[in-house]
Ligand binder design. Structure first.
Ligand SMILES: Cc1cc2nc3c(=O)[nH]c(=O)nc-3n(C[C@H](O)[C@H](O)[C@H](O)COP(=O)(O)OP(=O)(O)OC[C@H]3O[C@@H](n4cnc5c(N)ncnc54)[C@H](O)[C@@H]3O)c2cc1C
Length: 157
């Protein structure tokens, strides 16, 4: 298995980096960006890559590719709404709404709940939330916590 990594190092935790480095079946090509895919009859035949430092191009004969590049939250539909997003498009919730920007309207008399957005009564959980851990257990836990916070919000309304 070949991993193509754009930067000159893996950004995973140290234990994962060590496992990858010592794994006999994993070969990592650093400073390598994907330029394109070549194929025929709906089948992949090659991946076109370029070294991000030297600019040198290469063609890797590969029959399968798994793409995992960053995280792009699907929050475009919130642009222009009162739900505050950070620079990466993640939904800001809780404490940072009060302490890292103007206090949002509707929170004059109280703090937003941990998973509450800048719109009172609107909650966010999981990967879409700014500062979340991007781990499945946390996402599921936040979902359950958000449900309880919604109930609490409705009971207080
Ligand atoms: C390749 C890969 C490997 C991973 N490995 C691990 C791992 O080993 N351990 C771990 O803990 N975590 C892992 N994760 C992270 C984990 O998958 C996420 O943290 C978790 O799935 C986040 O759950 P979520 O519900 O917040 O978001 P998602 O699982 O992304 O769910 C969001 C859902 O909302 C839907 N949606 C999006 N926009 C809209 C819209 N406008 N309207 C309606 N629905 C919409 C999407 O279709 C999707 O079904 C991995 C992630 C990836 C991509």
């Amino acid at each position: 298995m070949t991993w193509l990594v754009r930067s000159d190092a893996l950004r995973a935790s140290e234990v994962i980096r060590e496992k990858v480095a010592s794994h006999p079946a994993i070969h990592v090509e650093f400073e390598t960006g994907v330029e394109g895919f070549e194929g025929a009859r709906s089948k992949l035949e090659a991946v076109l890559v370029r070294n991000t430092r030297t600019g040198k191009s290469a063609r890797l004969d590969l029959r399968s590719a798994f793409v995992f590049v960053g995280l792009d939250p699907n929050t475009a539909f919130l642009a222009g709404s009162a739900v505050r997003l950070d620079a990466g498009g993640f939904v800001v919730t809780g404490h940072p709404l009060i302490h890292e920007g103007d206090r949002p309207a509707g929170f004059e008399g109280r703090e937003p709940a941990m998973l509450e957005t800048s719109t009172p009564g609107v909650f966010a959980a999981g990967d879409v939330r700014a500062g979340s851990t991007k781990q499945v257990a946390s996402a599921a836990g936040e979902g359950a916590a958000a449900a309880l916070m919604i109930r609490q919000h409705l009971e207080a309304a």
